[in-house]
Design a protein around this ligand. Structure first.
Ligand code: WTA
Length: 647
């Protein structure tokens, strides 16, 4: 862990929204009197009916309930689009950069308004009403933004599913959210290769109980698809009939805005539910201060809208602030490994926000592909999704940012709605690898296994002691699971699932997940999900999955597999199992290493000892700890002997 310190550049401290003294003052105020603090900052969005209550949150066991601004009414699409029309109708809202560098376009706030209204009217014509769930399975095209905002406009609840998920994963999410309408495209395009989205929806439909009612298909590539009579419609046909006016629905502050599925340590992915006003206040406020957003700047977050980062920091935060946000369809290495920096130069990007895994993979190709581009417009860099190792941080700072741009290492989660721990570029001295200090209203604590709060410099589990407006409100359809997952481990606190160290300066260093969640290339994955995909294969009797350190992905997926009696372990079967997991979950869940094991280490009561499997995968045989409680200690020797090597 590096302790090198980067001071705030003098120019930044002067012109940024916040300097260190202002941050400290506002932070103290936000903790001392949250009602007063958020009562004032809640006004950053427009309200149809103002709120009189600010915060009403309880983390009490069995009675967890979180409400913000509950008696106010507003509309998210109105705040992201309509309220800017008077001053920004001709300003670019979205710059879209296609997979192919010859394709790009700019959408003004005025055009965005028309497109969102049209999409909203198409949804209405298909029978979508306030409170209905709509599943969105689209590539990174402007229609994804239109569709999400259209749902928000009429009060429908969107559930965006990342285009890399398989038909099975898609079907599970459609069924859990009980969506009758799915919005997709004929195909996506990534790195010049088509992604068969519509075909995946067709395959998913066969698995959804009761089937999907309506599929709205956006034409992206023109690739061949089969349209099912009575179920499928082309978006362009419907839009041609739709009006460009649609009044925004009056929504209560606590009406649901979206569901987004994310992986946990057990069971199937959870539908994280976010509501209207608190989410938008928090997303827009963090976007303004963390990225020090000023009018006229070009802001680019490279995430996909299928993840929470895309929701909060491509769409809702920036648009609520009247920003120009860039949406990128492609990948960092196509057509060349300079693509990110070419796009920065092409659109004069000022703020660039990406994941450490992208930085690490580009680092491997050396400095030349970066240095041959100008990047003069850049002023700020951001990182999200996983811990950034100091080497990657330094490279990002020196090579990409020419030693000139601060880096904001932002820690947060799907559940938190927005950034919770982060530097503020005009206020915070940076330490490579540290997410530094909490945002306003965020009260992080470190606790030991017994829940004792640790003071000063310490390492423990990260919990958040008080509610903040962007916090998730429940697990869709399963409030009990919400309470059990986040509020049962340490009563009266929100448990993040992350480990963390706080240094003597009060800086936070996230050390990674402490539960059975792994983070592969910034994608969150439950080991249990990969295990259940593996055991669904007829030749597999048992499987245990753990993470191991991977140079580029951060963590790789290591699977221990026990075969059914009589099955032969060989290279072909290994490939078959990888293909099987890709089919069940999606390519992001492909195991990196599979070890065939005659037996797994179990306690006498039959519980798999993951601690041991983790240590073997991490190559730390010396630290296996006590193995004497194992039912059959000999299995460990075999596991060590046949350990798969890191690639
Ligand atoms: C990890 C992504 C270290 C963490 C926004 C968290 C990070 C999980 C950082 C949430 C960071 C995210 N430093 N770790 N800056 N940002 N994480 O829900 O383990 O996809 O719990 O949200 O990613 O992942 P999720």
């Amino acid at each position: 862990m590096s302790e090198k310190i980067y001071d705030v550049p003098a120019a930044w401290a002067k012109k940024a929204w916040l300097n260190d003294a202002k941050y400290k003052k506002m932070y103290a105020a936000s903790i001392k009197d949250p009602d007063k603090f958020w009562g004032e900052h809640g006004k950053r969005i427009d309200w149809f009916k103002p709120y009189s209550k600010v915060r009403n949150a309880s983390y009490k066991p069995g009675k967890v309930s979180i409400k913000w601004f509950e008696d106010g009414t507003t509309n998210v699409a109105y705040n992201c689009v309509d309220r800017h029309l008077a001053t920004r109708a001709k300003q670019t809202a979205i710059i879209w950069e296609g997979d192919d560098p010859s394709e790009s376009k700019k959408i003004t706030y005025g055009q965005l308004h028309t497109e969102v209204c049209k999409f909203a009217n198409v949804l209405k014509a298909k029978g979508v009403k306030k409170g209905d769930r709509v599943t969105i399975y689209l590539p990174m095209i402007p229609e994804a933004a239109y569709a999400m905002l259209a749902c928000a406009r009429i009060g429908a609840v969107h559930s965006v599913v990342f285009g890399g998920f398989s038909p099975d994963s898609l079907a599970n999410r459609i069924e859990d959210a009980d969506s009758k309408v799915v919005i997709t495209a004929d195909e996506g395009l990534r790195g010049g290769r088509p992604v068969p989205l519509k075909k995946n929806v067709d395959a998913a439909d066969d698995k959804v109980k009761g089937g999907i009612g309506t599929v709205i298909v956006v034409k992206r590539t023109g690739g061949h698809v089969t349209m099912k009579e009575g179920r499928d419609v082309w978006y362009h046909d419907e839009a041609a009939k739709a009006s460009g006016h649609c009044p925004p629905a009056e929504m209560k502050a606590e009406d649901p805005l979206f569901v987004l599925y994310t992986s946990g340590s057990t069971g199937k992915p959870k539908g994280v539910l976010h509501t209207t006003a608190g989410y938008l206040v928090y997303a827009s406020m963090t976007h303004q201060y963390v990225f020090d957003y000023h009018d006229g700047e070009i802001y680019w977050c490279t995430a996909d809208v299928g993840w929470v980062t895309g929701h909060s920091y491509i769409l809702y935060g920036p648009l609520a602030n009247g920003a120009t946000t860039l949406m990128f369809e492609g990948i960092p290495t196509y057509p060349t490994i300079s693509r990110f920096w070419d796009v920065v130069d092409k659109h004069k990007v000022n703020t660039f926000y990406t994941a450490p895994t992208a930085i690490r993979s580009l680092m491997g190709a050396g400095e030349e592909p970066v240095k041959k581009t100008k990047r003069k417009s850049l002023r700020l860099l951001g990182s999200v999704g996983e811990p950034i190792n100091p080497e990657a941080w330094e490279w990002y700072h020196r090579v990409v940012g020419d030693d000139r741009c601060p880096i904001v290492d932002t820690w947060w989660q799907t559940e938190t709605g927005g950034i919770l721990i982060t530097p503020l570029p005009g206020a915070t001295k940076l330490k490579p690898g540290s997410a530094t200090r909490p945002f306003f209203g965020v009260k992080p604590e470190l606790v030991d296994a017994e829940g004792k709060v640790l003071e000063g410099a310490a390492e423990g589990n990260l919990v958040i002691a008080e509610s903040w407006p962007g916090q998730m409100r429940t697990v869709y359809g399963d409030h009990k699971r919400f309470e059990e997952t986040y509020f049962a481990t340490y009563p009266n606190k929100y448990f993040t699932g992350d480990g963390c160290r706080r240094d003597a300066d009060g800086y936070y260093w996230i050390t990674g997940r402490v539960d059975d969640v792994i983070n592969v290339s910034g994608h969150r994955m439950g080991t249990a999900e990969v295990e259940s995909a593996l055991v669904a294969h007829p030749k597999v009797s048992e499987a245990a999955v753990v993470g191991y350190p991977h140079d580029i992905k951060g963590q790789g997926i290591y699977a221990y597999v026990t075969l059914m009696a009589g099955e032969k372990a060989n290279e072909d079967l290994r490939k078959e199992l990888v293909a099987h997991v890709r089919k069940e979950i999606g390519p992001i869940a492909s195991p990196d290493l599979i070890q065939f094991a005659p037996g797994l280490p179990k306690t006498r009561s039959g519980k798999i000892m993951r601690r041991i499997l983790r240590k073997i995968a991490e190559d730390e045989f010396g630290a296996l700890g006590d193995t004497s409680t194992l039912a059959d200690p000999a299995v460990v020797d075999d596991l060590i002997k046949n350990r798969q090597n890191k690639r």
